[in-house]
Design a protein around this ligand. Structure first.
Ligand SMILES: O=P(O)(O)OC[C@H]1O[C@H](O)[C@H](O)[C@@H](O)[C@@H]1O
Length: 537
């Protein structure tokens, strides 16, 4: 069979997105086997279970319905026999209304000024997805028009430097703070929220908080306890996992404040288009399913544990960090969904940077060192085309020349014979040889507007779910993040006791005691009394 026939069968076109997986180390036989594996793992039934609102997140007894967040208004998606779509749209309508009031100046701050700047406080799933979409939209011509005169910033890290970075140059009078936390208990987010509450009340008085702080959460009781008016809280539901929440108020509120609801609605529509495709397309033509199967092939059968996410678009610079959470928090598990230790490893080590930057950094290892399957993501039409008179190609064509060249460099490599023909000196030949046969796949998007960004997000979300379904794990819990949090509670108590009451360090091992001792000794000059000090910026 000719290679063209093989390649043709490995190119899929759906709703403007072109996937070419012909450079994977897979042939028809491999694909057949992977489809058989999908059958054996009941992949179709598991996908249906997700769409039907079954409680597939069994360790938390929750359904997994982020697809409902972007479902058309008239669709029906049930959780426990109740259609959740009207609830979703009630919140979306509330966001549309609120964001329009803020943007038009109908809702103003405590001193009557328009709130043109937004700081979204949140971490993990309450941060990475919205940051990715914001970064992707920031240079989109349509989104730019809607964002004129406005700023959106993200405060995630509990490091006070991140507070300083966020408030630098902003005036509390014109700033709206959105506290985003599914649980409203996350230590970092709550401390940052208390810090910015202080920043606002120190400048404008405590009564200003009601005008300058709103919240997104599933825990509306805690939102109210914090002092935010429940009318200014935007709900979501426990059937939305944190890392799958960018299409809920978590992303939609800050993004609508910045770009207007109409732009964000297009993003939801793009994601919804992929949802329909994922649910109904035959597996042979199903983008997320094929991508998931190939990931399993690479990780579990070929033994390549990492994946490089390489968007040839600077606008997608926060895509890899977002996918790191979606993928690694979902699939980095040690037991099956039934709690049985797994005889194989799950999850992928995801990393990435936009091309061409990555080419000048870690591509050396990918070309001649370890085998890392690569996702090349390209865009046909640049958000910001640049043409220079006298140049051979446009700046975007220059970028894309690399997008097209790199997969072939990985696939074909360069042999000693070729190098000899080029008169490369013998001692250099081993150094200049490229083994080739290194797998990659290419995704080509027509443009990078809100709709395409939604498509890209949903393709990866579902791909990762497919992998989890095939590995037989629960991709929707994250117990592995808990232990470190509880140990930090013990350290926090110790730091308080030692600093305020001079109590000795107790209950830690030798190494931690040594480190803590040094830390306390060298920072003995911090204020002893209870006081408030905000960054001097
Ligand atoms: O939205 P929150 O409840 O504040 O949670 C924020 C993040 O914290 C946790 O540690 C989880 O690992 C993440 O999945 C979650 O997105």
């Amino acid at each position: 069979m000719s290679d063209t026939v093989r390649c043709k069968s490995m190119i899929i076109d759906f709703d403007g997105v072109l996937l070419d997986y012909s450079r994977q180390r897979a042939n028809f036989d491999t694909l057949n086997k992977l489809h058989n594996l999908a059958k054996a793992a009941h992949l179709k039934e598991k996908i249906n279970g997700m769409f039907n609102g079954e409680r597939i997140n069994s360790t938390e007894n929750r359904s997994v319905l982020h697809i409902a967040l972007r479902a058309p208004r008239d669709s029906v998606i049930n959780s426990d026999g109740k259609n959740v779509v009207p609830d979703v749209w009630q919140v979306l309508d509330k966001i549309r209304d609120f964001s329009e009031r803020v943007r038009s100046g109908a809702w103003v701050g405590a001193t009557g000024k328009v709130l043109k700047d937004v700081i979204a406080i949140g971490i993990g799933g309450s941060f990475l997805g919205p940051l990715f979409v914001h970064t992707a939209l920031q240079k989109d011509p349509e989104a730019i028009e809607f964002a004129r005169g406005r700023q959106l910033r993200f405060l995630a890290n509990v490091d006070p430097i991140d507070v300083a970075r966020n408030i630098a140059g902003l005036n509390p009078e014109t700033t709206l703070v959105v506290v985003v936390s599914k649980t409203f208990t996350t230590a970092e987010t709550m401390l940052n929220a208390r810090t910015l509450r202080e920043w606002i009340s120190a400048a404008l008085g405590p009564q200003a908080v009601a005008k300058h702080m709103v919240a997104v959460s599933t825990n509306l009781t805690l939102v109210e306890k914090f002092g935010i008016d429940p009318n200014n809280a935007f709900a979501f539901w426990d059937w939305v996992g944190g890392r799958y929440s960018v299409c809920s108020a978590v992303g939609v509120l800050p993004l609508s404040l910045q770009y207007g609801f109409s732009v964000v609605e297009k993003f939801l529509k793009g994601a919804s288009s992929i949802d329909q495709h994922f649910y109904s397309a035959p597996f042979e033509k199903n983008l997320p399913v094929l991508l998931g199967l190939l990931s399993i092939w690479n990780v579990s059968f070929l033994g390549y544990p990492a994946r490089a996410i390489l968007p040839y678009s600077q606008a997608l610079e926060k895509f890899a960090p977002h996918i790191q959470q979606v993928s690694m928090e979902s699939n980095g598990k040690g037991v099956s969904i039934d709690g049985v230790p797994l005889p194989y490893e799950t999850g992928e080590i995801d990393f990435g940077e936009p091309g061409t930057n990555g080419q000048h950094s870690f591509y050396q290892l990918i070309h001649q060192g370890r085998v890392i399957p690569c996702d090349f993501i390209g865009v046909v039409k640049s958000q910001q085309p640049v043409y220079l008179k006298g140049e051979m190609v446009s700046n975007h064509d220059e970028l894309m020349s690399n997008f097209f060249a790199q997969p072939d460099a990985l696939a074909y490599g360069k042999t000693a014979e070729q190098l000899l023909k080029e008169n490369v000196p013998q001692p250099l030949i081993p150094h200049k040889t490229f083994s080739g046969n290194r797998p990659s796949l290419s995704l080509l998007l027509p443009t990078l507007n809100a709709y395409n960004i939604g498509q890209l997000l949903a393709i990866y979300e579902h791909r990762i779910a497919v992998e989890g379904f095939l590995w037989g794990i629960n991709s929707f819990d994250q117990w592995g993040v808990e232990l470190g949090k509880s140990l930090a509670t013990q350290v926090r108590k110790q730091l308080h006791a030692s600093r305020k009451k001079g109590e000795p360090i107790e209950g830690f091992n030798f190494s931690t005691t040594t480190m803590l001792t040094r830390y306390l000794e060298e920072s003995a000059d911090v204020p002893k009394e209870d006081c408030t000090i905000l960054p001097k910026i």
